[in-house]
Structure formats: C-alpha cells, structure tokens
Design a protein around this ligand. Sequence first.
Ligand code: ZN
Length: 508
Amino acid sequence: MKMTARISDLEEVSKDIAIVIDDKGGLYDESSIEEDFYKHLFASAVSHFDHLVKLATELHYDGSGRRLKFGIVKKAGIGAFACVGKEDIDFIGVHFGTIALVSAIFTRMMSNPNILPNVGDASLETNVGQTYFIPVQEDLENFSPCRPTCSIRGYFSRFLALTGLDFIFGHEIAHITHGHLGILRKTEHFDPQKRRPKLSRLETHALELDADGGATKWTLEYANRVRNWRHKLPVEANNSLGISWREFYANERKTIRYCFFASYLTLRMTSADSWDRVAQQTVSQPLPPYRMGMLMQVYASALMQFFDLSPEQAQSQVSAWCIESEQAHANLLDESGKGELQLNAIASFITGVGNYNEEVNSAHEILAKELSEFAMGETSRMTHPRPRTCDYVVLKGLQRGVELFVIIEAKHSDENPKALELQCFFQEHEGITGLPFSLIFDSNFEGNVLDEALASDGRNYVCGVTQVTSFETVKLASILEKTELLRFSLQHSKCPKLKVDLIQVLDI
Ligand SMILES: [Zn+2]
C-alpha cells in the first residue's frame, strides 16, 4: 500500500485534475536537485505536506468517502492551488518554485549574522550569499537556498522554511475544507438555472482572507503538534539539532513568534511597497500588505485567546513581531547585511484601509450560509485508549550509608511481547550512570510484564548493580533538586512517558 498522499503519476487523480496539472506544466521531478542541503530541505517539505494532508484527512475526511492528495507541479513561480475533483478526489498542487523561494529566503536570512542573532552562533555567519533582490521565480543562480555556517542556525532555517510552507499549504487546505471551491464550482454549473453569478471582487477577497485565517490555524496547530511530539524526538541532547529545536518549539510563545515571522515573510517577499484601495479593487487577490495586516489581527486574537492578553497587549506584541520581520526583510536585501526598516507597505495598508475591511467582512457574512453547504465539518473520532507500552519508577535507597536515587524505565521490545528493554539511571560520587539491560519473561507469564519488571525483576537487578539492599518508591517531582540526573535521564530515555514527565518537572 502506498503510504504517501503525494501523487507521482497523473493516473492517481481524476481526469479533470490531471488536465489542470498538465496545464500548469505537469508534475515536478526533484531528482534534478543536486545540492545536498537543498535536496534534504525539499524532502522535508514534501514530508511536511504529507503530514498536513494526513492531519486534514483525520480531521475532515474520515467517513466522507473523499480523499485528499497533493503533488509538486512544474512551475517555477511562487504559488499553489486547490481543486475539488471528480471521482471523490481533492487535490492540492504546490509549484516547485514555492519550495525553492521560501527555502532560499529563510536559509539566506539565517546566513546573515544580523537576523535573529540570538539563535546559535551568529558570529560564524558572513552573509556570503548576499541577496540583491527576491526573484519572482526559482533562480538557483542568484537566489539559491544556502546553508548557514552555524549548524544550529542551519536547522533553524529549515524550521522557518517549513513553517512558511505550512502556511502556504494550509491556505489551500482551507479553500477546500471551508467550502470555497464548492461555491466556485457553482458559478460554472452547466445548467444556467443552477448557475450562481460570478463572485464579486469583494467576495473573492473575503474567501482569500478566510483561507489565510485557516492557514494560520493550520500553521499553529501543526507547530503545536510538533511541540507535543517532543518526547518522541531526539531533541534533548546539547547538539545542534537539539538546541535549534528547543529554541523553536520548547516555549509556546516563542513558537508562535516564529510562526508569525515565517508566515509574514512569505507574504512580504512578494510585496510591492504600498497598498491602496483603488489598486486593490482592480485585482482579485488581496494584495500582500492587506494579507499581512490581517495576519497581524489573527495573531493578536490568538494571543488574547492563548495567553489571556488584553487587546492592547496583544496588539503591541504583534507590532513588535511585525517590526522584527520587517527588519529581517530589510537586512536580507541590504548590501551590508543591515538595512533600514521599510514599513511603507504595512503602514500604507493600516492608514489606507478605512472601512474596506468591513465591506469585505460583510461580504463574507453574506456568503457564510452558502459556504456552510460545502464546508467540511470536523469528523469526531473516537479516541481509543492505547495499551501502555512503557513505564518507569523512581526509587530511593541507601548505598553504603549514602542516599541514592535510581530511575528505572521499561519499554516493550518491538520484537517480542514478553521482552522488555530497560534502563536505570543513577548518580554516584563518580558521576551519572545510564545502564541498559533487558528482561525476557516466560511465555506462560500471565501478569503485566511492565508492572512485574518495575516492582520486582528489574528492581532486583538494580539492587545487585548498585549494592542497595532495599528501595522505596518516591515521586519524580520529589527529586527535583537532582537536576543533573534528571537532565541526563531525559537525554537518554527511550520511554516517552518518562520524557513527558521530565519535561514537565524540569519546566523546559
Ligand atoms: Zn487562495
């Protein structure tokens, strides 16, 4: 069975979608990418999209009879599109140029020592891939993705690029799940009686901004899921990946700040330097400054909701993030690597918007009822309690008269249901020990092997190793002052349950 939602052949979608893809140039084949760093980033982007599609499927498609697929399309300009096709298949296409340009923006930013200087060791960066302009399509000669010198910043540039791409992909998912394409199809209905009048400019703007709101929801939801996967990821060590990951994901407010940074800049990169109502009314897409302004509003309300901020506090936080992003944009484009803030784009929107946004909002309100006909509700899924696969115990005993604490963890072996992989962690005078061992239970053993190991067999083994004759069980939180032991255990643990509890008690 094929495990990815990405299509590699036009046969995998219905004819109508295949025609759309063909019109845009067909499917892209990334085997032409030679540079290793970019090759890897490209693969990560594809796997992010795959995760997003699985998440969307879980939330909206289960039981609907429809399926969502995606593909990378041979088009060098920035862009993406969604189609609701025949044969119960929906499709999201991403231009390969989008991946190239977004990757280039953020990897080049992190190669500049003046952009997010607190991440990693910015002094290692020399801004070698100096950027004179941001092209409108892939340009590997003048604007290729480039690997920052500091490897912490290298990983960080990937997190930013992937988050920016989540925003773009999330926008397309929202077009489908919010029912926008249902209305569009009605405007093309072959039966004039059932055909809906074409969407007005205001209505189109309303749908696009609604998709941006959905995109932010996806971006934050996905980032939050990554945060919650922490105990399953190899990110506790003090290596580049660990340090970089924790900078991006360990603190929720920082994660939101970086999500804003990544989303704002994917809009800013294509922006003209000003906005006015007259120009806006002549084009069907809301212009970037408008989308940037609305992005700020969406983030301000997220801050009020998640952190109980007042509207003023939320507004000033988002304004600071906007300046941070604008400064990064200016630095990227300046020869010296340090440019002057160019706030014209966002400022012209804020001063010029007047009641335009209210008009767009009321257009959306009028559409709401019609949209609800096509919108995909969230499927409620029963969550089944999963069987426990690992556990741990914290013990206190006396070793030659000195108090000794031991953490024992046990995890089911993947191969044998009666076998356990264990580790014990303890700190003696000479230092901290992490000792792996395993236990195999008799195939006739009927009890719970985890409980048995942690209460008796595993514990006996540890008594032998540490020469402690009797142990009592204590709570993890009661050994908080043993920070070194706890951190060591977090770095080496293979038991997600222990890792979750350690992250919580260590408050990191
Ligand atoms: Zn759109």
